[in-house]
Design a protein around this ligand. Structure first.
Ligand code: NAD
Ligand code: LMR
Length: 322
């Protein structure tokens, strides 16, 4: 049997955690041959809820789970962690933008960055879900200088999945036939779902859909505002779809990307081939060589309509960085 991988998850009493923990424990993240140690963080006010979740995890008797550590101390939870899923943060309420959470949530990521810096495995992969996730990932990175900047990621996969689902619905093609869907920029309402390189069953999306106006307007806006639509309908922000997207992201980071495909994730923009300001966590089209070693897909021609939108998202991230 292989050694256990130590996976740290924050916000263990929250709604995304309630979905993701059971999928991770079942083998959905690292496969059915990889034993795992779950290390789960909560704040003291929600520790009792986390204790209940731990009871349920135990009651599943998952064969892959070798140990569960639940604590309110990030320094204990991140000790030798190899993957950290930073989910624990306040979600927005109806009427708010994700950036409205910055003041309150930034403190969490300063503290957790410091704890990761001191305690985590040096090659840890840090994946941030808590909003505003790009800037929270940037804050974490700034506070963890011992960890290579290429190991910090922010989640834009939910946006990618939403965009693929919408294109599948509109074109009638199955979701698995929608490839090369890029989300550029910030996980916010300025994000840029770029339809110009998408292939639907091997053909350019614009050729299949034959309605550039719809792609430029309704398609982009629906993806940009989908989080808000879910929040308004449920009264709470997305949870199961967010958990699913986080699992998809880690799988994409850890496994080599198949030919003819790429995926979107927020990464450090240092040295990027598209002239985006450095020192941001910015979503790009990426490919993985496995084990979190990724590279930005280079050489894409950027449509002028899309370029203008990318610049607006870049500007927003520069402002959030302060
Ligand atoms: P939730 O309120 O249900 O759960 C968050 C949990 O985090 C709570 O139990 C809370 O006690 C805990 N927490 C708060 N501060 C913490 C800290 N310092 N350490 C550890 N735990 C802490 O929220 P949720 O629905 O699970 O969402 C979590 C975050 O994920 C929110 O910020 C939300 O906006 C974000 N989110 C991001 C995406 C994305 O696509 N990037 C998608 C959905 C949700
Ligand atoms: C989402 O996109 O669903 C999440 O970022 C939650 C939110 O606040 O919209």
């Amino acid at each position: 049997m292989k050694d256990s991988k130590k996976i740290a998850i924050t916000g263990g009493g929250g709604q995304i955690a309630y979905s993701i923990l059971f999928r991770i424990a079942e083998g959905g993240l690292l496969g059915h041959e990889q034993p795992i140690e779950l290390r789960i963080l909560e704040i003291p006010e929600a520790k009792k809820t986390l204790d209940g979740v731990v009871m349920e995890l135990e009651d599943c008797a998952f064969p892959l789970v070798t140990k569960i550590v639940a604590s309110t101390d990030p320094y204990e939870i991140f000790e030798n962690a190899q993957i950290a899923l930073l989910i624990g943060a306040k979600p927005r309420a109806p009427g708010m933008e994700r950036s409205d959470l910055l003041v309150e949530n930034a403190k969490i990521f300063i503290e957790q960055g410091k704890a990761l810096n001191e305690k985590a495995a040096s090659d840890i992969l840090v994946f941030v879900v808590g909003n505003p996730c790009n800037t929270n990932a940037w804050i974490t990175m700034q506070n963890a200088p011992k960890i290579d900047r290429s190991r910090f990621f922010a989640m834009t996969r939910l946006d990618q999945n939403r965009a693929k689902a919408l294109l599948a619905k509109r074109s009638g093609a199955p979701v698995r036939e929608i490839k090369q869907m890029t989300i550029w920029g910030n996980h916010s309402s300025t994000q840029v779902p770029d339809f110009t390189h998408v292939k639907i069953a091997g053909k350019p999306a614009e050729e299949v859909i034959q309605d550039r106006r719809w792609l430029e307007t309704e398609f982009i806006e629906t993806v940009q505002k989908r989080g808000t639509a879910v929040l308004e309908a449920r009264g709470k922000s997305s949870a199961a779809s967010a958990a699913n997207a986080a699992i998809n992201s880690i799988c994409s980071l850890m496994q080599p990307t198949p030919d003819g495909e790429w995926f979107s994730v927020g990464i450090c923009s240092d040295g990027n081939p598209y002239g985006v300001e450095e020192n941001l966590i910015f979503s790009f089209p990426c490919r993985s060589k496995g084990n979190g070693q990724i590279e930005i897909v280079s050489g894409l021609e950027i449509d002028p309509f899309i370029k203008e939108k990318i610049e607006a998202s870049e500007k927003e991230l520069i402002q959030e960085r302060g």
